[in-house]
Design a protein around this ligand. Structure first.
Ligand code: OAD
Length: 225
């Protein structure tokens, strides 16, 4: 079976009702991203940061996967499909995708500040005073700006094995995620689906300037023949 690797960004979840980051004047739900998505922000105002992710977590319980998430699952009939997502939601998993890695962490997990390998499932609010077994405050399991991206090595290895690459709903502004395309083998066919695409077509790169729900359906139809 051929390997399809799919890199997704906030745009794939937009039609489920989750706002993207850069479409709203650089503000994330009314906040400067550095306030709520950086180690400095966490040190300055941990309550604000916890409250922000609590709101995102409770919103996640009210949304569902859309047709684009679901169509990607059907590719598994004929291909080995690996999803590398920059999103912290769980919509790929809920749609039924088998192999999903999260480059920027997961909203439904928290981790210890004492031991970053100590990661716990967390479905409800996280508050000051919620401690790990080492009596250290738990924090959202999110890769904040300026932090290392521990899943990057695995994502690079997966991308190197791609026979086909799909990139969906990302502004390609955040590295190292945006650099993954460079690791695909020379001449690997790439499909880029975004209503406001950040890159231009080339011989091996097809750009579909449209929303995820319609663009993914077209590519999936073509690939499944
Ligand atoms: P951005 O908000 O930067 O980009 C969203 C992309 O989605 C844009 O290119 C839009 O054109 C596109 N888009 C909007 N509606 C769409 C739709 N219906 N279908 C398809 N695409 C659509 O989001 P990301 O590129 O994912 O990091 O941002 C990367 C990272 O920056 C995020 O993971 C996040 C953020 O800071 C962390 O939280 C650590």
């Amino acid at each position: 079976m051929q390997n399809i690797v799919v890199l997704t960004g906030a745009g794939i979840s937009a039609e489920s009702g989750i706002n993207t980051f850069r479409d709203a004047n650089g503000l994330w739900e009314g906040h400067d991203v550095m306030e709520v998505a950086s180690p400095q922000g966490w040190r300055n105002n941990p309550e604000l940061v916890l409250d922000f992710y609590n709101q995102r977590r409770s919103q996640l319980h009210t949304v569902t996967p859309n047709k684009a998430h679901l169509d990607l699952v059907t590719l598994e009939e004929k291909f080995n499909v690996s999803i590398i997502t920059q999103n912290v939601d769980d919509l790929h998993e809920r749609a039924g995708s088998s192999n999903v890695i999260h480059l920027h962490g997961e909203l439904l997990k928290v981790r210890s500040q004492f031991d970053e390998q100590l990661v716990l499932d967390w479905k409800h609010d996280l508050v000051l005073g919620d401690h790990c077994e080492h009596n250290s405050q738990l924090r959202p399991h999110i890769v904040w700006f300026g932090e290392a991206v521990p899943m990057m090595d695995q994502a690079i290895k997966i991308t190197e094995r791609a026979d086909i690459l799909m990139i969906i709903g990302t502004s390609m502004q955040v590295y190292p995620a945006a650099g993954l395309i460079q690791y695909a083998k020379h001449q690997t066919p790439v499909y880029f689906i975004d209503p406001n695409p950040a890159i231009s077509p080339t011989e091996h790169l097809t750009v579909l300037s449209e929303k995820a729900t319609t663009g993914v359906a077209k590519v999936v139809d073509e690939l499944l023949g």
